[in-house]
Design a protein around this ligand. Structure first.
Ligand SMILES: Cc1cc2nc3c(=O)[nH]c(=O)nc-3n(C[C@H](O)[C@H](O)[C@H](O)COP(=O)(O)OP(=O)(O)OC[C@H]3O[C@@H](n4cnc5c(N)ncnc54)[C@H](O)[C@@H]3O)c2cc1C
Length: 454
C-alpha cells in the first residue's frame, strides 16, 4: 500500500514538473483581459479566428474595475469616458449600442469649488479664470519652444515672479498643478512642458468627459461575451523562436499562430514575461523609457451630504497631493459619496500605509474645509493599484523622454508578424485612457487579420 502511494505520488510529481500538457492549437492567444485584450479578442472571434484569452487574475476588466461590495457600483479604476468627440473613441459607439447612460462632468480647475489653507471658500470670476488660463497657456507654449524640459511649475513660478498673476490666490495654482498631475498620474517635476503642450494641443478638440451610470464594467462584460477566457492564468513565457508561438502558463503550454500581448506597461517593465528570443534592444528601451504612473482613490460613503451641490472640490494643503482633490459621486450613485484622487510619489507612498492612516489623513483634509463636526464615513474603499500583482501602477504618462511618440510606436510594433502588442501604453496620443486601450486592441486585431488572413 505504501509502495503504491509512493509510485502514484512519483507519477503525479513527474507529470506536474517534467512535462507540459499540450492544449489544442489556437489560432490566436490574447494575453490580458483588460479592455484592450477583450476588444482585440472579440474583433478576431467575430471574424472567425479561434481565440483564447489568458488572464492572470481571477476577474476580467484589468484597470476597469466596478466594485459592487457597497451594494451599488463604485469605480476603483476608470470612471470617465474622456474625449467624447474623438472619432477614435470606440467607447462612444458602444455606449449607444448598449444604451449606457452617462453624465457630463467638467474636470478643469475652473469647475472646482476651491478652499484655501484657512478653510475659506475662494471664489474667482470667470474673467479672472480666463486671465489665468490665457497667461499660463501662453507662457507654457513659449517655454515649450525655448525650454521644453522646464515644467509647468517653473512656468507658473516665473509668471508669479514677474507679478503677472499676483491677483490670483495660491490655491488656484495648486489646483492647476494637481489637475495635470492627476491626469498624468505623475508629479509635475517629471512632466516636461514640451510633452504637456503636445498633449494639450491634441486634446483641445477631443471633447468632454462623461461618467457612466451602472458601472464601467458594462463595456468589458459586453466585450467578453462568447469568448474563451481562462482566468487565473498568468503567462510567464512567450516563445516565438520556431513556427507559430508557444505561450506558457504554469505547466501548460498553449500553441498558436500568433499572440497579442496587452499586459500593463509596469508588468513588461518588471520583466514578468520572458520572451524567447529576447526582445530587441529597441523594444526593451521603449518599455523602460515610457513613464509608468501611479494614481489611487479613497472612496468615502457618508451618512449624509455635507458638501452641498459642489461636484468637484479642491482643498489647499501644505502638500497639494495630500487628499486635496475631491469629487462627489452623488449624481451617479445617488448616495452621499466623496472620493479623492491622488497621484505620483504621494500615491506610491500611501500604498504602504494602513487604511486607518489614510482615512485619518483624508478626513483631516475634508475637516479643514468643512469643519470638525462633519461625520466619519460609514463605509470606505481604498485602492492600491501599484500593489495589484498584475497591474503594478495606474497608467502611462507623457514622461521625461522627449521621444515619447517614437517609444510608443516601437512598443506597439509587432515582432516577426506573430507577436503583437496592444494596451493603453501603445497609444501614441491618447495613452492612459480606457478608450485608447480599446482602440489599440482593435488596431492590433486589424493588423493581425492583414498579416495572418484566415
Ligand atoms: C485609478 C484609475 C483611474 C482611471 N480613470 C480612468 C478614467 O476615468 N477614464 C479612462 O479613460 N481611463 C482611466 N484609467 C485608465 C484605464 O483604466 C486604462 O487605461 C485601461 O483600462 C487600460 O486597459 P488595458 O487593456 O490597456 O490594460 P489593463 O486593463 O491593465 O489589462 C491588462 C490585463 O492584463 C492582465 N495581466 C497582467 N499580467 C499578465 C500575465 N502575465 N498574464 C496574463 N494576464 C496578465 C492584467 O491582470 C489585466 O487584466 C484609470 C486607471 C486607474 C488605475
Amino acid at each position: 500500500m505504501k509502495l503504491f502511494n509512493f509510485i502514484s505520488l512519483l507519477i503525479i510529481f513527474m507529470l506536474s514538473t517534467a512535462s507540459f500538457s499540450e492544449q489544442q492549437n489556437n489560432q490566436v492567444i490574447v494575453v490580458g483581459a483588460g479592455i484592450a485584450g477583450l476588444g482585440a479578442a472579440k474583433e478576431l472571434h467575430d471574424s472567425g479566428y479561434a481565440v483564447t484569452v489568458l488572464e492572470a487574475s481571477e476577474r476580467i476588466g484589468g484597470r476597469i474595475y466596478t466594485d459592487r461590495s457597497l451594494g451599488f457600483p463604485v469605480e476603483r479604476g476608470a470612471n470617465w469616458i474622456h474625449s467624447n468627440k474623438l472619432d477614435s473613441n470606440r467607447l462612444m459607439g458602444l455606449k449607444d449600442q448598449l444604451n449606457i447612460e452617462t453624465h457630463i462632468t467638467p474636470l478643469s480647475p475652473t469647475a472646482f469649488q476651491l478652499f484655501n489653507k484657512d478653510g475659506d471658500a475662494v471664489g474667482l470670476t470667470e474673467e479672472e479664470f480666463n486671465k489665468i488660463d490665457t497667461r499660463i497657456a501662453l507662457a507654457a507654449y513659449a517655454a515649450s519652444f525655448f525650454r521644453p524640459s522646464s515644467t509647468l511649475k517653473d512656468v507658473i513660478d516665473s509668471l508669479r515672479n514677474f507679478g503677472l498673476l499676483s491677483f490670483a490666490p495660491n490655491v488656484v495654482f495648486q489646483a492647476y498643478l494637481q489637475n495635470i498631475e492627476l491626469s498624468a498620474a505623475e508629479d509635475i517635476e517629471k512632466l516636461p512642458i514640451g510633452a504637456l503642450i503636445t498633449e494639450a494641443e491634441y486634446m483641445e478638440s477631443a471633447g468632454e468627459d462623461e461618467e457612466v451610470f451602472g458601472g464601467f464594467d458594462q463595456f468589458t462584460n459586453y466585450l467578453s461575451q462568447g469568448l474563451d477566457i481562462k482566468l487565473n492564468s498568468p503567462v510567464t513565457k512567450i516563445d516565438y523562436s520556431s513556427d507559430g508561438v508557444n505561450v506558457y502558463v504554469k505547466n501548460i503550454k498553449y500553441s498558436a499562430d500568433a499572440v497579442i500581448v496587452t499586459v500593463p506597461l509596469g508588468v513588461l517593465q518588471k520583466g514578468m514575461i520572458k520572451f524567447q528570443p529576447e526582445l530587441t534592444q529597441a523594444k526593451q528601451e521603449a518599455i523602460n523609457g515610457i513613464n509608468w504612473g501611479n494614481v489611487n482613490k479613497v472612496i468615502f460613503q457618508f451618512p449624509y451630504n455635507f458638501w452641498g451641490q459642489s461636484n468637484n472640490i479642491f482643498i489647499e494643503r501644505e502638500d497639494r497631493h495630500a487628499f486635496t482633490t475631491w469629487l462627489s459621486n452623488e449624481v451617479i450613485s445617488g448616495k452621499p459619496i466623496l472620493y479623492s484622487f491622488y497621484s505620483g510619489d504621494f500615491s506610491r507612498a500611501m500604498e504602504d500605509k494602513t487604511d486607518d492612516f489614510i482615512i485619518k489623513k483624508a478626513m483631516n483634509s475634508l475637516r479643514s474645509a468643512y469643519g470638525q463636526e462633519i461625520p466619519d464615513p460609514e463605509n470606505y474603499l481604498i485602492t492600491r493599484w501599484g500593489k495589484e500583482p498584475y497591474i503594478l501602477g495606474s497608467y502611462s504618462s507623457a514622461g521625461h523622454n522627449q521621444d515619447d511618440e517614437k517609444l510608443r510606436t516601437e512598443l506597439g510594433s509587432p515582432i516577426a508578424s506573430k507577436v503583437f502588442f496592444a494596451g493603453e501604453a501603445t497609444s501614441l496620443n491618447e495613452y492612459g485612457f480606457a478608450h485608447a486601450a480599446l482602440y489599440t486592441g482593435l488596431r492590433e486585431a486589424e493588423r493581425l487579420k492583414t498579416l495572418l488572413p484566415q
